[in-house]
Design a protein around this ligand. Sequence first.
Ligand code: TRP
Length: 328
Amino acid sequence: MIKTIFSGVQPSGNLHVGNYFGAIKQWVEMQNDYQCLFCVVDYHAITVKQDPEVLRRKIIETAKIYLASGIDPERSIIFQQSDVKEHTELAWILNCVSARMADLKKMTQFKDKAGEGQDNVSVGLFAYPVLMAADILLYNTDVVPVGDDQVQHVELCRDLGKRFNNLYGEVFKIPEVKIKKESARIMGLDDPQKKMSKSATSEWNYLGLTDEIEKAKKKIMKAVTDSGSEIIYDKANKPALANLLTIYSLASDRSIKDLEKEFIGKGYGDFKKGLAETMATFLISFQEKYSKIKDNDVKEILYSGAEKARIIAQNKIEEVRKKIGVLS
Ligand code: TRP
């Protein structure tokens, strides 16, 4: 039987080359072997404050980026989380029957995001991993491809599913996590110790997929570098350069060895110019596809994606409602 993949991206911040090479590009390839559901998780985004106009625009943008990257709505289900109400319904049920305060208090992402002010963040931010578990469990998901920062959440999802199954009988398939390849982990341009982040406070941290070309080039030229001048891949001693070489290699489809050879005897300046040009070529081609997709077409794709997702989700929630003893 063909296996099911579920993954999602929050429509907040700016999707960047790290998201593309680290996640979305792999999803495109997975479409050949799996039934895929790719969700725009808007109800995750509202766990922190959002401007309604901006959120509306970001939902469309995120879906457009899926499409421009090659996610094919004929083969995969692309939809908006809030369109399928079963997600919040199952999240509530899991909140009650499976999730424990102690589990959620252990989540490192919550601890990082809430910082010292745990009492003042939204309850939604605390319960966020339960909604994520609901997303996954509703679709009999076999595999969840995510970045390493989400592994703890998928493990919690497995625990919540198993706890429910133990109480009520086999209802949920317990999914496996698939972690992105290390080579695809792209770090910030302004700080090679931290992952490139779409919600970074400084725009010099990330290379956005919809960044203006000149701006993107400038970001590369301004990226931090390490001491020394040789162009060699040495992650321990030259983490910033190692990151730029990784990006260069991914954007040009050339090996790091090959790039090192090209830049023998040359310095960081030449290297960055080369990378800026390569990135510009990559972004121009991506943005050409992106700009051809119309907002109305995106809305239609999301609408029909939700219709398909709903059929699967409704079946599962019916089963759940029967088990817990509410009348349906
Ligand atoms: N929490 C994920 C993130 O921020 C997004 C997400 C929500 C997700 N639901 C999901 C990822 C289900 C995989 C599966 O990256």
